[in-house]
Design a protein around this ligand. Structure first.
Ligand SMILES: C[S@@+](CC[C@H](N)C(=O)[O-])C[C@H]1O[C@@H](n2cnc3c(N)ncnc32)[C@H](O)[C@@H]1O
Length: 412
């Protein structure tokens, strides 16, 4: 078993990418990639906050096992998920056991992923509602730890993913190869110079696409997908990559094959760009918002039956409301000028935020409503049962990950 200090942890038998392989492939691709595209496909928010976006040793990937949703586990369990169904608990146990085994095998110590698994269970719950029970072809943008992909793979969906952050990309590659026994189709390896077709893999398969391959291929690809998913990332992007991703997604969801077509998100991410701008970018790319309850947001391709009874952008709202909004915006600007002059932080830009929206006349919004109603009363697995499972698996009652331990130490 490799020790945590060892740098060369790559399991070549599984086709894992080494740090050096990824870096070299990216470097070679950058020779051919326009500077504007390189700038667009940077993890801009991670750079802004100094979050470690690259690793130099494989052993560092241990730190990416459970990130992004620190200290939210209990609250999410009750507020967001409202408990788990038996089926969800089975999947949580299966996936968490795989994560723990992965951590032991690759880094020499056990670890759990609680919050990130839980959040993605919530997304999976909604993907099931939207898919009406049949495994769809899903493309995920910015998968982070990759646990949604892992669940979709275990559930027999066809799954592809693109990410821009070297550390997350390597973590995804290692973990997905570990759980699929090396079945990941990895486009960061031997990507060459010619664009590759981004074909959805066989059910239960994973296609892994680095950002430079996405830039080369996504707009040219005729390969159909059914769902594009992007959680906690859209507002964290450079606006040019957002525009590129939405345009590509519209194209990849264009097939008229009778299968559902939607862009789904569970959160917008840190506000590097505003909600207003991100929403407008969707409409500009040919999407209509059809459901937004603060937890799950769904856009459908405009002009298709999936977009029936969708929400119109505010410029379609009556003149009087637009006038009132305009006056409010001017007032807010005026107050901000004064506040800035007094060294106070400006008020947030509230000029437009997409409202909550549910429509019984829209197939997706209705499916979410019906799915939730059908599951009422079936979430019989409580927090104690889940915590008992973690304690047995980990052999410890302290379930916090290293980031959470650090953050709790900061508390007064
Ligand atoms: C805050 S994390 C969220 C991760 C995961 N989706 C989740 O909900 O836990 C943002 C993710 O988006 C990725 N990302 C940031 N900018 C991106 C871009 N332009 N294209 C694709 N992925 C991007 C990051 O590398 C990271 O995986």
């Amino acid at each position: 078993m490799p020790g945590p200090g060892q740098t060369s942890l790559v399991d070549a038998r599984l086709g894992e990418l080494s740090v050096a392989e990824y870096d070299q492939a990216e470097q070679e691709a950058m020779v051919q990639t326009p500077n504007r595209a390189i700038m667009a496909f940077q993890p801009v928010v991670f750079h802004q906050y100094g979050y470690p976006a690259r690793v130099r040793m494989g052993a560092e990937l241990f730190k990416y096992i459970d990130v992004m949703h620190d200290l939210r586990f209990e609250e999410d369990f009750h507020q967001l998920l409202g408990g788990l169904t038996r089926e969800e608990f089975d999947l949580l146990q299966r996936l968490t056991t795989l994560i723990c085994r992965f951590s032991e095998a690759r880094f020499g110590r056990k670890a759990l992923a609680r919050s990130s698994v839980l959040r993605h269970l919530y997304v999976l719950r909604h993907i099931r509602y939207l898919s009406g029970g049949r495994p769809l072809r899903v493309l995920e943008i910015g998968p982070g730890c990759g646990y949604l992909g892992a669940m979709l793979m275990l559930e027999g969906y066809s799954y592809a993913a693109m990410d821009v952050t070297q550390a997350f990309y390597l973590y995804q590659n290692w973990f997905w190869n570990f759980i699929s026994d090396g079945q990941v189709t990895e486009l960061a390896r031997d990507s060459g110079l010619a664009p590759r077709e981004m074909t959805a893999p066989q059910p239960g398969g994973i296609l892994h696409v680095p950002w430079w391959e996405f830039v080369r291929s996504a707009l040219r690809s005729g390969a159909p997908f059914d769902l594009v998913v992007c959680n906690h990332a859209l507002c964290e992007m450079h606006r040019d990559s957002l525009a590129f991703i939405l345009k590509s997604a519209r194209r990849l969801l264009d097939a008229q094959d009778g299968r559902p077509k939607a862009f789904v998100l569970e959160g917008w991410g840190a506000r590097y760009i505003s909600l207003s701008e991100a929403t407008k970018s969707f409409y500009r790319a040919g999407f209509t918002m059809v459901h937004n309850d603060g937890g799950i947001i769904v856009f459908a391709p405009t002009g298709t039956s999936w977009a029936t009874n969708g929400l119109r952008l505010p410029h379609h709202t009556p003149l009087k409301r637009r006038y009132v909004r305009g006056v409010r915006r001017l007032l807010r600007r005026g107050i901000n000028v004064v506040r800035r002059a007094m060294w106070e932080s400006p008020l947030p830009d509230m000029s437009y935020e997409p409202c909550e929206y549910r429509a019984s006349g829209n197939p997706f919004s209705r499916a979410i409503h019906e799915g939730r109603s059908a599951e009422r009363g079936t979430k019989t697995v409580g927090l104690e049962q889940v915590n008992r499972f973690y304690t047995e698996l980990l052999g410890s009652e302290n379930h916090l990950n290293p980031d959470e331990r650090f953050l709790t130490e900061l508390r007064p």
